[in-house]
Design a protein around this ligand. Structure first.
Ligand code: FES
Length: 100
């Protein structure tokens, strides 16, 4: 699920492999890649459920503008698409967060 050889950006140079946690479950990622990229590579596409409609949300814009990917990272709200993976991060679905 990762783009390893991009026609414009060239070859990926991934950081070291690390483990972080999503809702308490270990997830493997590369240090420095966006949390959302590591989660998608692990098959996790739903990052939160909307409070009013109960609909799943994940990555939409992927550039830090829409907030659809908001999660809690070590207890603080963060956009998963622009927040880098680090060893041991505690990432959790945002409880009732975001719009709609
Ligand atoms: S997907 Fe839009 S801010 Fe992350």
């Amino acid at each position: 699920m990762r783009v390893l050889d991009h026609p414009i950006l060239g070859r990926a140079r991934p950081g070291r492999k690390v483990i972080f946690y999503f809702n308490g479950e270990p997830v493997e990622g590369y240090e420095g890649e966006p949390i959302a990229a590591a989660l998608i590579a692990a098959g996790i596409k739903v990052l939160r459920i909307t409070p009013r409609l109960g609909e799943p949300r994940g990555v939409f814009c992927a550039i830090g503008r829409c907030s659809d990917c908001i999660v809690l990272v070590n207890g603080m709200p963060a956009r998963a698409c622009v927040t880098p993976v680090k060893e041991g991060l505690d990432v959790r679905s945002f409880p009732g967060g975001g719009r709609s």
